[in-house]
Design a protein around this ligand. Structure first.
Ligand code: FEO
Ligand code: CA
Ligand code: CA
Ligand code: CA
Length: 642
């Protein structure tokens, strides 16, 4: 999600504004910054040099370079892709998923219709290959629908917003949140949606019962009037980025859940500190006017049932999704998975808010590649860690385990349930490093490296600068590379360095640092989602590059060799949109991207259904802009980016 909420999204980390550093710490941070800067041009060589620091041999043999011709920096009403590629609209908000779905009519939209149509603001895209049908490739796409923009979605709402939000509009919003599972098929080179596929599914914020499992499942802090056992919740919402497990389930991260709640807690309520730490109630949505559970004065525990990672089985549309509480509760961005050498699954997660943390979860049990059923509850047990980035270049992964260190009853943690419900406060006490809005965290199974996108943080003061967040008022964000020792993703000590300080490298005031080989179009600001392609190459999508005067889009990043730290512009969004969900097919020949909130901007929140900044992708009179998934392929065939 972009900055629609950011102006209201004040940091809630109590360490913000209070953190002070010793002189030694400041000097160490500055030294590290200088070393990182001076080394940027040559780091590629040292990073490739061997295993002295425990890094696996990276991708030299895996094709770490790109040969496409870049697109230019610009902003206009439509999308653009590098020459030699096609970028086709695959599915749009409101498109039918089922044979009985109503045709999309934005002037007569209803909650019932929306529940059978593709949702709004597509974000994460998961890809699960299915067996071919004849010669045709088939796959399931697992797509998150992060949030709704009512003034752009509904006619006549903007003028008197939010008072204009009726109960019916709120129900449509709930139906447009959540996720979609969609079968797609490739016939004669062209992907299309299989309407009516038995796999197709809509998951919404209010009509998809889900189980709460793991340490907080059934805990009294998750119990409500409608669910006295604290084990079943009505849906999921604010689903931002995500991941896929090796056994083919779809993991969906609930992010800005605070915005969906309104109301006031009774004075002295036990959840007061917890809700404050999550920014609850945000009051951005009007649902609490009509539905008691979104009013914390009436249902104070309801927010504790959101902010989790949800596991969904796309192969079984009847399967109840499960919120895996062992993975912690915060504003989840992605949850990308990778296997440790011993077969345990490791999941990397960002908590996207200013001054929040980076986490990883390591399962207790091992992935069983022979039995899908054996992995069913693998995510219910394991260790959740939070990262401390030291100026020495080491990452220490601090375990969030009840009874260890400060996570005891003296500090209000009576069990592991309290630790996961209040993962942010537990991490505060452990001394985790407050980051510049950590979004996607993208591991590469083959090289043992992990790329962390810190999108930006305009509220970091000069006193709060540290080695891993080296710029005050960080408008453009940065990308950190973590190296797990000898590819052991379960390690509790790793190495890190800054790969790129984003922004315009020709303007010294930005403090940007790219490989000098980066072209005038190859730099960007506000990295958000990432993907590693089958050749081990990193691709980064942006949310906020429009602040630099050019639309958001997708860049290929060279991470090895003399051009390490170079960006190359590949795809550009229509005006107002951010780009989410880059996801490659297993062959690397198809690339799926999610264009989110087209027409909402350049100044977000200023455009309306009646006056959007673009009517992409239909460009039909009176048709609003429609968030859509695009599929990109190379004309004539071959891997994308080759
Ligand atoms: Fe939903 Fe952090 O972007
Ligand atoms: Ca995001
Ligand atoms: Ca974002
Ligand atoms: Ca990703």
């Amino acid at each position: 999600m972009t900055e629609i909420d950011a102006s209201e999204n004040f940091p809630v980390n109590p360490r913000y504004g209070r953190e002070t550093k010793t002189l030694e710490e400041l000097v160490a941070s500055r030294l590290s910054r200088r070393t990182a800067l001076a080394g940027l041009g040559s780091l590629g060589l040292s990073a490739c040099a061997g295993t002295a620091d425990g890094v696996l041999q990276p991708a030299a043999a895996r094709g770490a370079t790109f040969s496409f011709a870049e697109i230019e920096r610009a902003m206009d009403e439509t999308h653009h892709v590098a020459e030699g590629y096609r970028a086709d609209v695959l599915i749009r908000w409101g498109d039918p998923l089922f044979s009985d779905s109503a045709a999309f009519d934005p002037y007569r939209q209803s909650a019932g219709a929306q529940r059978r149509q593709f949702g709004y603001n597509n974000d994460y895209i998961g890809y699960l290959a299915l067996p071919r049908r004849g010669k045709n490739e088939r796959a399931l796409l697992c797509v998150n629908h992060e949030y709704t923009s009512a003034p752009l979605m509904f006619p006549d709402v903007a003028k008197n917003y939010p008072q204009s939000m009726t109960r019916e509009y709120c129900e449509i919003e709930m139906a447009a949140h959540g996720g979609s599972v969609v079968e797609i098929e490739r016939t004669n080179g062209k992907w299309t949606v299989v309407v009516g596929s038995p796999f197709n599914r809509r998951i919404t914020a209010d009509t998809t019962p889900m189980t709460l499992s793991g340490p907080a499942g059934g805990h009294e802090r998750l119990r409500t009037k409608t669910d006295p056992d604290g084990v079943t919740v009505a849906g999921m919402m604010n689903n931002c980025a995500g991941g896929m497990t090796p056994w083919g389930t779809y993991l969906s991260g609930e992010e800005n859940i605070n915005g969906n709640f309104m109301g006031t807690l009774a004075s002295g309520h036990r959840e007061a500190g917890n809700h404050k730490r999550m920014g609850i109630p945000g009051g951005w949505f009007q649902w609490g006017r009509y539905f008691d559970r979104f009013d914390i004065g009436k249902e104070p525990n309801e927010p504790n049932r959101y902010g989790w990672i949800v596991e969904i089985d796309p192969l079984d549309p009847q399967a109840k999704p499960v919120k895996r509480t062992a993975l912690g509760r915060f504003k989840h961005e992605g949850c990308e998975t990778v296997l440790a050498p011993d077969g345990r699954l490791v999941i990397y997660m960002g908590d996207d808010q200013r001054f929040e943390y980076v986490y990883k979860f390591v399962t207790k049990g091992r992935y069983d590649p022979r039995s899908r059923a054996a992995n069913r509850n693998l995510l219910d047990e394991g260790t959740l860690y939070v990262a401390r980035f030291d100026a020495s270049g080491e990452v220490t992964w601090l375990p969030l385990i009840h009874g260890q260190g400060p996570l005891t009853s003296e500090n209000g943690f009576l069990s592991q349930a309290d630790v996961v419900i209040e993962a942010r406060r537990a991490s505060d006490l452990l001394g985790a490093t407050p980051m510049d809005r950590p979004e996607d965290v993208e591991p590469d199974q083959k090289s043992g490296r992990v790329w962390l996108m810190c999108t930006n943080n305009d509220r970091r003061s000069p006193e709060q600068v540290d080695a891993a967040n080296p710029r005050a008022a960080n408008k453009f964000g940065h990308i950190i590379e973590i190296r797990e020792p000898n590819g052991d993703f379960a390690a509790t000590r790793s190495r890190w360095e800054i790969l790129i300080r984003c922004g315009d490298p020709s303007d010294p005031a930005t403090g940007a640092a790219w490989n000098p080989a980066t072209s005038k179009d190859g730099w960007f600001g506000s990295p958000d989602n990432g993907a590693v392609d089958p050749a081990g190459r990193l691709w980064v999508a942006t949310d906020g590059n429009d602040d630099t005067g050019s639309a958001d889009g997708l860049w290929a990043i060279t991470t090895d060799g003399p051009e390490r730290g170079t960006g190359r512009a590949f795809f550009r969004c229509p005006v107002g949109a951010e780009l989410c969900g880059p996801r490659f097919s297993n062959s690397g020949e198809s690339l799926f991207v999610a264009v989110q909130h087209p027409g909402d901007g350049p100044q977000q929140g200023q455009t309306t259904f009646e006056n959007p900044s673009t009517r992409w992708p239909d460009f039909a009179e009176k048709m609003p802009p429609r968030p859509s998934v695009i599929v990109i392929t190379k004309i004539g065939g071959g891997p994308v980016g080759s």
